[in-house]
Design a protein around this ligand. Structure first.
Ligand code: ADP
Ligand code: MG
Length: 424
């Protein structure tokens, strides 16, 4: 049998399955995948499919350091995206997103272009794999995401990485995980058109349960560090996203570049702020405009905090780790000026709740989420206190996600029903 084709009749079976899937998806998530397949097709048909899972992430410390060749420390979390993929059978990708209840079909031989919707994240991965010289086979893909979309937990990297793992597996492509992370990032940069670093894709592939991942964004060397099981990572969504985020982001990048250019006059070996110490900034940055000086100081001290946070985890010292998180927030607020009143309120409120080791804004800023390290026995009280007081102060109802750390992407044997996502 031609391995590129499905057995006889497969097309019709898949068309029927697709139709039934769409009908069931529109009925909502009350049917889990197993129930659908067992009820509608019987067990044997689902064995034709393989399913790949990739997790979302939260960045614990190391903000705005990635594009300065510095250090970040994310953890993969137990909200994942699942991509179920059929046997390869022609040059088309037929993609269905259960979340968007929408399907898109593209011919890989026709040079697909971005459509400006959710499917770009999936098609982009296939197109970039092809551009890198790999032969990608056509197939049916069913996507089920439990990573909250657009909440800062990187549903985008999760869908890219799960898709990449699925396509690579059915196309018999041999590729290592670093390369896969780079290609997924390229898909988001070049096909989706979002200027992102490599952290999200990298941790979605390399994360581990009970571990934080310390990543050197220059060399891509990484270290998995033990996260105490006495505390949970709790993510609070402020529910604001200020419009200036992307223009301010570009401006911060330019300011960092300006800082490097100036400092390189005295320090010709440097190519990024990663290469500069605080002492060097103090010695050679006197002529810098105050705003550029403060931007540089954030990046330099933040890199230092990430490394210290790594040492704290090795010593199982959550107290020190939490203190570094508060310091990171202060620096992002005062020196880098990427916080906003809602983020500051959320961090301030957290700092007053018993059992909170540390809190800070996470992500690019100007809204989005905070990450909090909360002692297990205080998580429920934390959720209650934050939800009530934040809403009272801002008139906004926050989403609160209590996260477990999780393993990086891989193949799974079943897809769980979508779990409760937001603060219940
Ligand atoms: P975040 O990564 O913080 O969740 P982004 O805006 O970077 O937010 O990425 C969200 C986008 O990724 C969605 O708007 C959608 O286009 C795509 N996406 C994520 N998960 C899915 C999914 N399960 N199905 C379809 N598209 C998805
Ligand atoms: Mg994203």
């Amino acid at each position: 049998m031609d391995p590129g084709k499905c057995p006889t009749g497969c097309d019709r079976i898949y068309a029927t399955r697709r139709l039934v899937k769409i009908i069931f998806a529109t009925l909502g998530n009350s049917f889990d995948k197993k129930t659908r397949y067992e009820t509608v097709f019987g067990e044997d048909l689902s064995t034709r499919e393989r399913t790949f899972r990739a997790p979302g992430r939260v960045n614990l410390i190391g903000e705005h350091t990635d594009y300065n060749d510095g250090f970040v420390m994310p953890a993969a979390i137990n909200f994942s995206t699942f991509v179920s993929i059929s046997q390869p059978f022609d040059s088309k990708l037929d993609i269905f997103s259960e979340n968007f209840k929408d399907s898109v079909s593209v011919d890989l031989t026709a040079g697909p272009r971005p459509r400006g919707d959710w499917s770009d994240y999936v098609v982009g991965v296939a197109v970039i794999l092809q551009a890198a010289g790999y032969t990608v086979r056509g197939a049916k893909l069913n996507i089920r995401g439990e990573v909250p979309i657009g909440s800062g937990l990187s549903s985008s990297a999760a869908i890219e990485v799960a898709t990449a793992c699925a396509l690579v597996a059915i196309s018999d492509i041999k590729i290592d995980r670093v390369e896969l992370a780079k290609l997924c990032r390229r898909a988001e940069n070049e096909f989706v058109g979002a200027r992102v670093g490599i952290m999200d894709q990298f941790v979605s592939l390399y994360g581990q349960a009970k571990k934080a991942l310390l990543l050197d964004c220059r060399s891509l060397d990484y270290e998995l560090l033990p996260l105490s099981q006495e505390a949970h990572l709790v993510v609070c969504n402020t529910m604001v996203k200020h419009e200036l985020a992307s223009s301010e982001y570009n401006q911060r990048r330019e300011q960092c570049e300006a800082g490097v250019k100036h400092l390189a006059q005295a320090l010709p070996h440097i190519t990024a702020l990663r290469d500069v110490t605080l002492e060097q900034l103090e010695a050679y940055g006197k002529d810098l405009a105050d705003v550029i000086y403060r931007r540089c100081r954030h990046v330099i001290t933040e890199n230092d905090r990430v490394l210290k946070a790594g040492d704290a985890l090795k010593r199982h010292d959550l107290g020190e780790f939490g203190w570094l998180m508060y310091e990171s927030h202060r620096s992002l607020r005062d020196d880098y000026e990427v916080s906003c009143p809602e983020l500051d309120i959320m961090v301030e409120l957290a700092s007053r709740v018993e059992g909170v080791y540390g809190a800070r804004m996470t992500g690019g800023g100007f809204g989005g989420c905070t990450v909090n390290v909360v002692a297990n026995e205080h998580v429920e009280e934390f959720k209650r206190a934050i939800a009530a007081v934040y809403e009272q102060k801002t008139k906004l109802k926050p989403e609160i996600f209590v996260c477990e750390t999780a393993d990086g992407a891989g193949e799974v044997t079943s897809v769980p029903a979508i779990q409760q996502q937001a603060g219940d």
